[in-house]
Each structure stands twice: as structure tokens, then as C-alpha cells.
Ligand binder design. Structure first.
Ligand SMILES: C[S@@+](CC[C@H](N)C(=O)[O-])C[C@H]1O[C@@H](n2cnc3c(N)ncnc32)[C@H](O)[C@@H]1O
Length: 224
């Protein structure tokens, strides 16, 4: 699909897909959205609630690698050990990643090598740096077949209007299956139908204040 580079509200870049009329991140700020939704309301929240220094994170949709990079920086700063699995059905090429120039907007210049590494490494291989264990898998979310060993799940699918199948009960049920009891599902999405589906499956759902430009977002905790 044809993609166009855009500049978002905080100056960081993102991609726009004409066919889907959809962007990879919020137009109001890609970096701001990822830092707020996935790091602050996901990872930092988990750390706050759990007296542990080791966790497993699953990401739906590696895309530009922004969430993965920010998670690495967070883990190093917090001195935690993190196993991070990111899956991607439609990988961006190295050429697309380089022309996006995402790295130039990222914090923590001393860790830029990790951003390069995560894109340059082979698929299905584990790469570790400090106590961060990163693996990317080129696969469709609907065929992942994982067990319930994840503490935090970043649900970063394209929006409902562009990819409604990712927000139906069967997709959300897979999320429930791969999280540990007490595990945290987090997404920029705030749609009422999605919230009700999550609740029906057995999640406790919180409506949180959204990142700039979005009124709300969802965080769901697996009961049990
Ligand atoms: C909103 S973008 C994610 C942005 C990404 N997290 C980032 O930080 O750049 C959605 C991503 O999900 C991927 N995706 C869409 N459907 C998928 C599926 N069924 N399985 C795996 N990945 C999928 C897309 O290719 C895209 O990269």
C-alpha cells in the first residue's frame, strides 16, 4: 500500500496510508501518543502496580518501531528486565524506515543504536541489549498461538474505520488468552463497542484521559 510521510503535531513523523485513510500514529503527535498511551499508561502503570522487576510485553503491530524503542529506553532507565515480542504482518522496508527519519525525533540519543538494530536484525531472532530481550515476528496476529505469559499488551492496530476486524470479539479474545491474570491491555482506542467487547470477554476496563487531541483511551485488566 502506498504510504506518505507526514509530520505530526509534536514534530515527530508518521506514515499515512491513502487506501485506508489512516495514519500509523496520532496526527496530534506520534511520539507524544506512544509515550503517553503505551509507556506511561501501560508499562509505567504495570511497574507501579507490581512489585517486580521482570516483565513480558507483547506488541501488536511493530510498524516504525517507535513503541519498541521507547520501551527499551524505559526498561534501561528503570533497571528492569523486559522480554518484548512484537508482531507485524506488513513490515515496513528498511528504505521506508530510513526515509521516515523517526530516529531524529526520538529521545535518548545514546540509545539510537537500538533503534537501528531493531530494524536491521533478522525476523524471528532474539536480540538482547542490557536486560532487554527483543524479538520481532513477521506473522498475522490471528495465527500467533501464544500462551498466557504476557504482563502487558500494547494493542496498536489501525483504527476501527480502517481495520474493524482487529477490534472484534475474536481478536480481543486472543489478547485475553495471551495475558497473565492481572495483565494489562492498553490502546489509544476509546470506542464504546470495543470497551463493551473487552468487558464481555472478562476484562475490567478503565476509560482514561487520552493523549493530546483525544478525549479518552482504554486500559483493560485481565481478571482472575
Ligand atoms: C497503527 S500501526 C502501529 C504503529 C507501531 N506500533 C509503531 O510504533 O509504529 C498498526 C500496525 O499493525 C500492523 N498490522 C495490521 N494488521 C495486522 C495483523 N493482522 N497482524 C499483525 N500486524 C498487523 C500494521 O502493518 C501496522 O504496522
Amino acid at each position: 500500500m502506498k504510504k506518505k510521510i507526514i509530520s505530526t503535531g509534536d514534530g515527530s513523523p508518521s506514515l499515512y496510508i491513502e487506501e485506508l485513510n489512516e495514519t500509523y500514529h496520532s496526527k496530534h503527535g506520534a511520539l507524544t501518543e506512544s509515550s503517553y498511551v503505551y509507556i506511561k499508561k501501560g508499562l509505567a502503570h504495570w511497574l507501579d502496580q507490581n512489585n517486580k522487576k521482570e516483565l513480558k510485553v507483547f506488541e501488536l503491530g511493530m510498524g516504525t518501531g517507535l513503541n519498541a524503542y521507547l520501551s527499551y529506553v524505559f526498561s534501561v532507565n528503570q533497571k528492569i528486565s523486559c522480554e518484548y515480542l512484537s508482531i507485524e504482518k506488513y513490515p515496513l522496508s528498511l528504505k521506508e524506515i530510513r526515509s521516515l527519519k523517526m530516529k531524529e525525533s526520538l529521545p535518548a540519543r545514546e540509545h539510537y543504536h537500538f533503534f537501528d538494530q531493531l530494524h536491521e536484525m533478522e525476523w524471528n531472532q532474539m536480540f538482547s541489549q542490557s536486560d532487554f530481550f527483543f524479538k520481532k515476528v513477521k506473522k498475522d496476529f490471528f495465527s500467533i498461538g501464544l500462551d498466557d505469559s504476557y504482563d502487558v499488551l500494547f494493542y496498536d492496530a489501525f483504527g476501527y474505520h480502517a481495520q474493524s476486524n482487529m477490534w472484534q470479539e475474536n481478536a480481543l479474545q486472543i489478547c485475553h488468552e495471551i495475558l497473565k491474570p492481572g495483565g494489562v491491555w492498553v490502546s489509544y482506542c476509546a470506542k464504546g463497542d470495543v470497551r463493551r467487547r473487552l468487558e464481555k470477554i472478562g476484562f475490567s476496563v478503565e476509560r482514561l484521559e487520552g493523549p493530546p487531541g483525544k478525549r479518552e483511551m482504554l486500559r483493560a485488566i485481565k481478571g482472575g
